[in-house]
Structures are given as structure tokens and as C-alpha cells.
Design a protein around this ligand. Structure first.
Ligand SMILES: *Cc1c(COP(=O)(O)O)cnc(C)c1O
Length: 229
């Protein structure tokens, strides 16, 4: 194994054990948390290394890059691609072909484009904006319910739950606690939609403490991203 490979293995092992500790401190089983490793800007070779270390869930935030990596790693059995970035509706149909889950359902247009009936069902998370800044992505909490109803009515989508990115200017625990309350609202509409996608490299412990079930972790595992160019 190369030096980089050994470093990757160390970082991954370290983070997975901190995740397991955070879950146990919250009185939860470590298996109740799914770790998605966000591989954006990293080469296909990193995805292969992660796979050889046991990772089966990987995430990307740009369609073209995700599509290319999914195609070139299609030999990796059981590898699941999660789309975590803003998705343009016109790319949604193409994304349906390779994604297991889309974590960024935040508009009617993207739900309609992704929710088509083509025999395949993609998992969906409704992204909620926990800030007052409309530029940050996600549906406003007061518009959550109609969007959830729309996802539930879409034949090509299976609602899994909610997703959010922590605000930059607020303490983490109260922000994730609000997400948990919004998750309760979603579960009142569909009891099966109990997943919470929250927690990144620097805030996964707080997210787990407030009920996160799906973490999206990049740099803490992969190291710094190569230049976006
Ligand atoms: C890049 C990204 C992540 C991972 O971020 P890190 O800080 O590198 O862990 C998680 N979620 C989304 C939506 C992202 O775009």
C-alpha cells in the first residue's frame, strides 16, 4: 500500500471510531449511523481505495463529476452514490441513472424532474435551509410540508427524510435540534421517512447527538481536496 493509502486508512479508521463513540454517547448503536464519504474533486482512484477499505456509500456534489466517476467505478459491486449538491432539473433525469439517493430536494422543479416514473426508485432527502439566507440552499421550514407532499406523490422517489447543512453563525446543537424537530414534522406525514442527513467533517459529533442517521464527511477522511481548478 502506498503512503497515501496508509494515511487514508488511518484517517478513516480514526473518524469511524469517533463516530461510533459519538453514537454510543448518544445512547445509539453505531450501526444506526451511515457514513457517506464525500469524494468531490478527488480522483476515481480514491473511490477505489475507499471501497477496498470497506466504504460502500460515497457522495458527490456536481453532476458531471459524479456521472463520470459512477461510470468508471461501475465494476465496484454494491457501491452507492449519493448526490449532495444543488441539482439542476435538466440534469435530474441523467442523475437518476446512477444515484442511489439525492440529498438536496429543495424545489418543486427538482422533485418533478427526479420523480418521474421510469421503473426505478431513487431515495430522496428534503434539504432544509436552517438559515435566513436564501442563497444557502434548502427549502424554508415554513414551505417544508407541501414539498414533502410532492415528494410523497412522486413515483420515482422514495422519501427517506431530511437533510441540512449547519449554519455558520449559530451554535451547532440548537441548529441540529431544530432539524430534529423538522424531522418530526416530516415523520408525521410519513412515519417511514425517519432519516436525518446531517453532520460533516467538523460537526458530526453534534449532529449524531441530535439524531443524525446519515453523515456526509469529506476532508476529515479524504484529506484536503485537490484544487477545484
Ligand atoms: C462537500 C460537502 C460535504 C463534506 O464536507 P467536509 O467539510 O469536507 O466534510 C458535506 N455535505 C455537502 C452538501 C457538501 O457539499
Amino acid at each position: 500500500m502506498t503512503a497515501t493509502g496508509a494515511e487514508l486508512e488511518d484517517r478513516l479508521g480514526g473518524i469511524l471510531s469517533r463516530i461510533a463513540d459519538a453514537a454510543r454517547s448518544a445512547g445509539r448503536a453505531p450501526e444506526s449511523v451511515t457514513t457517506i464519504v464525500v469524494t468531490k474533486f478527488h480522483p476515481e482512484s480514491l473511490v477505489r481505495e475507499l471501497y477496498s477499505l470497506g466504504i460502500r456509500d460515497v457522495g458527490e456534489n456536481r453532476h458531471q463529476e459524479a456521472q463520470a466517476k459512477a461510470a468508471s467505478t461501475s465494476d465496484l459491486d454494491g457501491l452507492r452514490w449519493h448526490f449532495v449538491g444543488q441539482l439542476q432539473s435538466k440534469k435530474a433525469r441523467q442523475a437518476r441513472a446512477y444515484v442511489e439517493a439525492v440529498h438536496s430536494l429543495d424545489r418543486d422543479s427538482v422533485v418533478d424532474a427526479l420523480g418521474v416514473d421510469d421503473g426505478r426508485v431513487v431515495d430522496g432527502f428534503v434539504q432544509i435551509n436552517l438559515t435566513d439566507d436564501p442563497g444557502r440552499g434548502g427549502v424554508r421550514p415554513d414551505a417544508l410540508e407541501p414539498l414533502v407532499e410532492r415528494v410523497l406523490a412522486a413515483p420515482g422517489l422514495a422519501l427517506r427524510g431530511v437533510m441540512a447543512v449547519a449554519p455558520l453563525d449559530e451554535d451547532l446543537r440548537p441548529a441540529f435540534a431544530r432539524l430534529r424537530e423538522l424531522s418530526d414534522v416530516v415523520r408525521s406525514l410519513d412515519p417511514a421517512a425517519d432519516a436525518v442527513s446531517a453532520g460533516m467533517s467538523h460537526d458530526f459529533a453534534e449532529a449524531i447527538a441530535e439524531g443524525a442517521t446519515h453523515l456526509r464527511i469529506g476532508t476529515a477522511i479524504t484529506g484536503n481536496r485537490p484544487d477545484a481548478g
